[in-house]
Design a protein around this ligand. Structure first.
Ligand code: FO1
Length: 319
C-alpha cells in the first residue's frame, strides 16, 4: 500500500493519476481547513480529494462539483439587508453549490449522531465509488489559524483569522505573520499505523505549510516519517519559484523561507530522503542534494493523466 499525505487541489490531481495505476493507495488528508458555516461541517480538502478522484470535480475551480448550480447561495442574498451586523448567519463569501450541499448535509448529520470523521469519510467515498481509501488526518478538531502581518491591507492586521477567511474571504492576498494549528497538540493522528504499514510514503505536491504542516504537527507523525525516511518521497509544489495554485510561495516568503525547491527541501529533509522537482528547476538539483536529499528531476506539471501517471510511477507507485 502507498500512503499519500494530501492537502487539496495538487494532491487530488496526483491521487487521480496514482489510482489509475491500480496500486493500493491510501490518502491521508488535511482537515485543518475544515470550517462550520450555516451550521454545516465542511471539509474542503476531503471533498476536493474525493470529488477529484471520483472524476466529479469542477476542473476550472479545482474545488466543488462540475455542472454545479448556486440557487441556495443566491437565495441567501434576500437576507443580507436584514442580517444584524454582529450576526454570522448566511455568509456568502464561501460559495457552496447546490449539489455540494448534499455532502455537507450528510457529513454534518452523521457527525451529530456521533459518527467519527473517518467513518463518515468512508461512507462518502463509498457513495462516490472512489477506488482508494481517503482518511482524515484526525477525528479530533484541528484548525489552521492565520495571524495577519501588521501592514496588511485587510484592516484586520494583527488579528487571528480562520484559514478559510484567509484563503477565500481575503483571497489570500493579505500578508501573514504566523500560522498555527489549534488543537494539534492534543488531536490524535488516525494514520500512524498506515505510515508503518505502507511500503512507500509520498508527500503530495500540496502547500508544505498549511496543508502538509497540520499532518506533521500531530503527535508521533514526524518521528514515524523520520524512522522510514528512505521510503518517503516528496513532490515539490513549487515550480520555478512559484506555487502552481494557491499561496504556498508567498506564505514561504512571509514566514522567512526561500520560495524554491531548495526551500521545500529544507522543510522536508528531516523526514524525507527524496525530493521530486520539475525540469524547470533542474539547475537547483545540486543544492537540494547538498541538503542530504536525493533529487529526482522530471515533469511534475500534471497537465494530463499520462503525465500524472508517469509522475506517480517516478514516485514509486508500483511494487
Ligand atoms: N475556494 C474559493 O476560493 N472560494 C470559494 O468560495 C470556495 C468554496 C468552497 C466550498 C467547498 C469546498 O470544499 C471548497 C471551497 N473552496 C473555495 C476551496 C477551499 O477554500 C480550498 O480548497 C481549501 O481549503 C484549500 O486547499
Amino acid at each position: 500500500m502507498i500512503a499519500v499525505l494530501a492537502g487539496g487541489v495538487g494532491a487530488a490531481r496526483f491521487l487521480r493519476g496514482a489510482v489509475r495505476l491500480d496500486a493500493p493507495v491510501t490518502a491521508i488528508v488535511n482537515t485543518a481547513d475544515d470550517t462550520v458555516l450555516h451550521g454545516l461541517h465542511i471539509s474542503p480538502d476531503l471533498d476536493t480529494v474525493t470529488y477529484t478522484v471520483a472524476g466529479a470535480i469542477d476542473p476550472e475551480r479545482g474545488w466543488g462539483l462540475a455542472n454545479e448550480t448556486w440557487n441556495a447561495m443566491e437565495a441567501l442574498a434576500r437576507f443580507e439587508p436584514v442580517t444584524p451586523a454582529n450576526s454570522s448567519a448566511a455568509p456568502r463569501w464561501f460559495n457552496l453549490g447546490d449539489r455540494d450541499l448534499a455532502t455537507h448535509f450528510y457529513r454534518t448529520a452523521r457527525l451529530r449522531e456521533g459518527a467519527t470523521l473517518s467513518e463518515v469519510s468512508t461512507e462518502i467515498t463509498q457513495a462516490w465509488g472512489v477506488p482508494c481509501k481517503i482518511v482524515p488526518m484526525s477525528d479530533d478538531e484541528v484548525r489552521t489559524l492565520v495571524t495577519l502581518a501588521e501592514d496588511c491591507v485587510a484592516g484586520k492586521s494583527g488579528d487571528e483569522i480562520s484559514f478559510q477567511e484567509y484563503f477565500v474571504k481575503y483571497r489570500h492576498d493579505v500578508r501573514v505573520a504566523s500560522v498555527r494549528f489549534a488543537g494539534s497538540e492534543s488531536a490524535k493522528p488516525t494514520f500512524l499505523q498506515i505510515l508503518r504499514d505502507a511500503h512507500k510514503v509520498i508527500i503530495a505536491p500540496s502547500n508544505p505549510i498549511v496543508s502538509i504542516g497540520p499532518l506533521r504537527a500531530l503527535a508521533g507523525v514526524n518521528d514515524a516519517l523520520a524512522s522510514r525516511r528512505n521510503d518517503v518521497v516528496a513532490i515539490s509544489p513549487i515550480v520555478g519559484g512559484k506555487a502552481l495554485k494557491g499561496p504556498a510561495d508567498r506564505l514561504m516568503v512571509e514566514l522567512g523561507m526561500e520560495p524554491t525547491v531548495v526551500g521545500i527541501a529544507r522543510i522536508y529533509r528531516d523526514v524525507c530522503a527524496t525530493l521530486v522537482i520539475d525540469e524547470q528547476d533542474a539547475h537547483l538539483a545540486d543544492q537540494v542534494e547538498e541538503l542530504g536529499m536525493t533529487c529526482v528531476v522530471t515533469d511534475t506539471i500534471m497537465s494530463s493523466p499520462e503525465v500524472t501517471e508517469r509522475l506517480a510511477v517516478t514516485c514509486g507507485v508500483l511494487r
